[in-house]
Write a protein that binds this ligand. Sequence first.
Ligand SMILES: CC(C)(COP(=O)(O)OP(=O)(O)OC[C@H]1O[C@@H](n2cnc3c(N)ncnc32)[C@H](O)[C@@H]1OP(=O)(O)O)[C@@H](O)C(=O)NCCC(=O)NCCS
Length: 187
Amino acid sequence: MSLLPPPDYRPVSYSRVTLTELMIPGYANFGGKIHGGTLLSLMDKVAYAAAAKHAGTYCVTVSVDGVDFLQPVEVGELVSLLASVNYVGRTSLLVGIRVIAEDVRTGSVKHTNTSYFTMVAKNEAGQPTLVPGLILETSIDTRRFLEAIKRKELKQRYQEDFAAAREMLTIDQELNLLEGQRCKIGY
Ligand SMILES: CC(C)(COP(=O)(O)OP(=O)(O)OC[C@H]1O[C@@H](n2cnc3c(N)ncnc32)[C@H](O)[C@@H]1OP(=O)(O)O)[C@@H](O)C(=O)NCCC(=O)NCCS
């Protein structure tokens, strides 16, 4: 068997993946709804599948953005996670994941969340390795790629701004921010 090197570019459709899983009682929390952690684990799995397929190598999860569970998922629902590579850098890939849950009795489908996983491709030595470029096949692919660039820029800016704000934070001068908050100084 010959292992060909990955091509320079791969189309978005090449690595698009859908993972569907039935929500069984063992996935539920004490309130009878599906654990957020169960969904996160499935999201990580589908992100890996899409990233590794595009890269043609092993990938690791580096960062997760936009995990807001908009609606609870119930036991018995059929959850589908639709993943595609939205953006590639040199060694990193941004995988967009749309999670939907279907009530199999009524056929009604709800959108529970859309999240973004940054994955990095690794070579045999465990070092980040170059991934193929992305062929944008539709205007939706182009929009997602552009959105990813914006998301990256905004995240970078937020991290810098927050680091600066944290650096400048002095407890004595900011105590007024606690007014109206539900806390008490207990020391
Ligand atoms: C992420 C990791 C590969 C970065 O390694 P590194 O030697 O610092 O490599 P680099 O600085 O060259 O970064 C590699 C890529 O990751 C990206 N990256 C690094 N940290 C990132 C972060 N916090 N968010 C988004 N992207 C990040 C870089 O932008 C770079 O992308 P590019 O090549 O497309 O430009 C390394 O820290 C690692 O292996 N972390 C553990 C990941 C893991 O095991 N995850 C499983 C969960 S436990």
